[in-house]
Design a protein around this ligand. Structure first.
Ligand code: NI
Length: 169
């Protein structure tokens, strides 16, 4: 296992649509192990493969540091099949360090995908889990939470963020 480098905005790999996983093979299992280790080391509560430079549809989520009853979730080719309600909440991302903003997301989602054994699974999420699922699945489509901000907020973010990057925060 290894802690991988987390790619940061505005790197290209974060803007690409990731490819579906064809088979859960040894390489995928190794990538998942490394993603889990990278997520815990950060520390973060979710990580998508493009964030470690791999344009594949894989996410790992562990919100147990915030809400204890949830186990580690590994999903390949996740897709939202049901979404309802809308709720505003503060969000951040390991690929956009030191910036958070309020983002509107569905309150409850049902997601289908494959687990680490390649078995089809369905996960229902509300609250924080619903938010993290949507945030991580967005990454697979090349969408960051800052892309969901209003035009004015996005412009403000870009100016402030790129200035901070230049200054080597
Ligand atoms: Ni993120």
């Amino acid at each position: 296992m290894a802690v991988l480098e987390i790619r940061k905005y505005p790197e290209e790999v974060l803007k690409k649509k990731a490819s579906p996983v064809k088979e859960i093979d040894e390489a995928v299992r190794r990538l998942v192990d490394d993603m889990v280790e990278t997520m815990y080391a950060a520390p973060g509560i979710g990580l998508a493969a493009p964030q470690v430079g791999v344009s594949k549809r894989i996410v790992v989520i562990d919100i147990s540091s915030k809400e204890e009853e949830f186990p580690l979730i590994v999903l390949a080719n996740p897709r939202i099949i049901e979404a309802e309600g809308l709720v505003d909440s503060e969000e951040g991302c390991l690929s956009v360090p030191q910036y958070t903003s309020v983002v509107k997301r569905a309150e409850r989602v049902i997601v289908k995908g494959l687990d680490i054994k390649g078995t089809p699974v369905e996960i229902e999420g509300t609250g924080l889990l619903a938010r993290v699922l949507q945030h991580e699945i967005d990454h697979l489509d090349g969408v960051l939470f800052v892309d969901r901000l209003s035009t004015i907020k996005k412009e403000f973010f870009k100016k402030r963020y790129l200035k901070a990057v230049k200054a080597g925060y």
